[in-house]
Design a protein around this ligand. Sequence first.
Ligand SMILES: Cc1cc2nc3c(=O)[nH]c(=O)nc-3n(C[C@H](O)[C@H](O)[C@H](O)COP(=O)(O)OP(=O)(O)OC[C@H]3O[C@@H](n4cnc5c(N)ncnc54)[C@H](O)[C@@H]3O)c2cc1C
Length: 301
Amino acid sequence: MLTPASHTNPGLEADGTASSVQVAPQRDPLCPFPADVIAVEPEAPSVSTFRLEFQDPARREQYRLQPGQFNMIYVPGVGEVPISVSGAPGEGPGIAHTIRFVGRVTHVLASAAPGTVLGLRGPYGRGWPIDRARGRDVLLVAGGLGLAPLRPAVRALLSDRAQFGRLTLLYGARQPSDLLFSREYAEWERLGMEVLITVDRGDAAWRGRVGVVPVLFNRLLIEPARTVVLTCGPEILMRLTVTEAQNRNILDQDIYYSLERNMNCAVGLCGHCQLGPAFICKNGPVFSHQELAPFFRQDML
Ligand SMILES: Cc1cc2nc3c(=O)[nH]c(=O)nc-3n(C[C@H](O)[C@H](O)[C@H](O)COP(=O)(O)OP(=O)(O)OC[C@H]3O[C@@H](n4cnc5c(N)ncnc54)[C@H](O)[C@@H]3O)c2cc1C
C-alpha cells in the first residue's frame, strides 16, 4: 500500500472497444505517501509526539496546513488512523503528531523509532476559524490530549499577536504527568497568552490548581460579543464548555469544537463519521455549535 499507484487507463471508444488514448495516471486519493519518522518525543504516560517527513521532497514542499486539520497515518500491515497535526508549520522539523497509544494501530506506533517508514496522507478537514477570530478575544479550552489539535492554533494566534484581543488558555489533565507541552506554557505567557492550568488530582510535588477545567471559567472576565471559544478534549469537557460559554451569553456561532469519530477514508466517502448532514472528516473536524447543535441528542455534546 505504500507504493504509489501508477497505471495507465487505455480508455474506451463509444462502442466499448479500447482506444489508443492514454489517460494521465490517476493516483488513488486513499493511497498514503511514504514518510519517515524523524523524531519521537515522549510527552506523558502512553503519549508521544512523532515528527514525520514525507520522503518525496515535492510533497514536503506542497504540504500546507491549517491549524486544527488532521492527517491519516498508516502503519504498514496494521491499519490507518486519523491524527491531528500538533505542530505549527515551520515550528520544528517534519510534521508533528501527538499520539495516545490506545489500541491496535497506536500500540504498534508506540514502538516506532526514528527511521521507521510509515504512510501519510493529508492534511484533511476544516480547522480552527483563526481568521474569524481576528480582532476578538479568543478563549481556548482544552482537556488532556485535546491540547494537541489546539497547539497549532496557539502558535498561529501568538505569531500574529497584535491581530487578536485577549488570549486565554484553560487547560487541564487528570494528573500533572498527563499535562502536554508543559515546557511551552511560560513562552506562551511571555508572548501574550494567559495560561490557566488545573489537574483533577495533584501529586506530592504539585503546587498548582486542582479541579476540573470548566470551573476556571469563574476566574475570567468575559465580554461575550468579543469572544470566540475554541475547545477540544473529552466530550464531557466540551459539553460543559458550551454550557459555561452560553451561560455567559457567548453565541453558538462563536463556540467551536473539534470532534472525533471513527473514520476510514477521511475524504467523505465511507460515511463512518457522518453526524446529521455533516461528515466529521470533510466538513469538520472543527464545527461551530450553531452548525451542529440540532444534530446532537441532549445527552450528547
Ligand atoms: C479527526 C481526528 C483527530 C484525531 N487526533 C488524534 C490525535 O491527535 N492524537 C491521538 O492520539 N488520537 C487522535 N484521534 C483518535 C485516534 O484516531 C484513535 O485513537 C485511533 O484511531 C485509535 O486507533 P487504534 O487502532 O490504535 O485503536 P482501536 O483498536 O481502533 O480502538 C481502541 C479504542 O479507541 C476507540 N477509538 C478508535 N478510534 C477512535 C476515534 N476516532 N475517536 C474516539 N475513539 C476511538 C475505540 O472505540 C476503542 O475503544 C483522532 C481522531 C480523529 C477522528
